[in-house]
Design a protein around this ligand. Structure first.
Ligand SMILES: Nc1ncnc2c1ncn2[C@@H]1O[C@H](COP(=O)(O)OP(=O)(O)O)[C@@H](O)[C@H]1O
Ligand SMILES: [Mg+2]
Length: 264
């Protein structure tokens, strides 16, 4: 396993997870002493068997767990370059969700027009200038490779689009606030192979502008889209390395067993 320190000399950090522990309702200890770097403008994949804590870790990054009482974080996720601890009670979760946006497993457009779906975060930010919103909506839809398909129907409901288009609409919504990190939780699990391919291609393009963290149970997908991979098991990060190393030369027996399909 390449030492994280070694990697950090070559790539700049966008975020760093430091001794992160997470508890659901004060009982379920779902994340245990997670230490993980997130490199700037790279794709980092989280893999591991169902229930190992991938979604839980992803949701710490934008403070989604704050929405339910009794959940508890210990440790830090620092966001660079300002080294702010995202988990600090002094940090406003709404602001965190502007800087770190999320795309969910199933496309979940709001019951609004295509345009308003993308404009949503800008309105939350109290942006009122139509010219600014128009421009950001177009940029986000272009970024999500959807503009050409919807530019003549921006006032139609988001739900009138196909599943793959709806997921790209959700990506546009996630991009509209110019986030620093976009979180993807199994973004293609509800999509057919063609729509999956276009989302994977899109992720490859997006990393030029934003840092990406993606959870997937599809190992081929992790191998195709990511630069770095973390393998999780029972709430721990067992191994973190270049994706290529994780898949071809894993450092831990547990990782090798998982990659070779011996469990999970
Ligand atoms: N809302 C919740 N309340 C209590 N336990 C939960 C909740 N969500 C997930 N868990 C538990 O936390 C662990 C990690 O779950 P999760 O992060 O969803 O795993 P993964 O995404 O890797 O499948 C599992 O044991 C799961 O049962
Ligand atoms: Mg999950």
């Amino acid at each position: 396993m390449v030492e994280v320190k070694e990697l950090s000399k070559q790539f700049s950090l966008k975020a760093e997870v430091n001794y992160l522990n997470f508890y659901y309702g004060g009982k379920v200890h779902a994340l245990k002493d997670i230490m993980m770097p997130v490199y700037d403008k790279k794709v980092t994949a989280l893999i591991g068997p169902s229930g190992c804590g991938k979604t839980t870790l992803l949701r710490c990054f934008n403070r989604m767990h704050d929405l339910y009482p009794g959940n508890k974080y210990k440790g830090e996720i620092t966001l660079e370059p300002d080294a702010v601890n995202l988990l600090s009670p002094k940090v406003d979760p709404i602001e965190v969700r502007m800087r770190i946006s999320m795309v969910f497993q199933r496309p979940n457009p709001f019951p609004k027009s295509i345009y308003e779906n993308v404009a949503y975060g800008l309105r939350v930010r109290e942006e009122t200038k139509k010219r600014v919103i128009d421009e950001k909506v177009e940029t986000a839809l272009r970024g999500a490779a959807l503009w050409n398909e919807v530019k003549d129907r921006l006032q139609e409901p988001g739900t009138s689009l196909s599943g793959g288009q709806q997921q790209r609409l959700c990506i546009a919504r996630a991009l509209a606030t110019d986030p620093e990190i976009v979180l993807f939780d199994e973004p293609t699990s509800a999509l057919d192979p063609i729509a999956t391919g276009s989302i994977e291609d899109l992720i490859g393009e997006l990393k030029n502008q934003v840092t990406i963290l993606i959870v997937t149970h599809n190992m081929q997908q992790a191998a195709r889209v990511s630069d770095f991979t973390g393998f999780m098991y029972l709430g721990e990060l067992v191994e973190f390395d270049y994706t290529n190393s994780i898949f071809h030369n894993p450092g831990k027996q547990q990782t090798a067993d998982y990659i070779e399909g011996r469990f999970g």
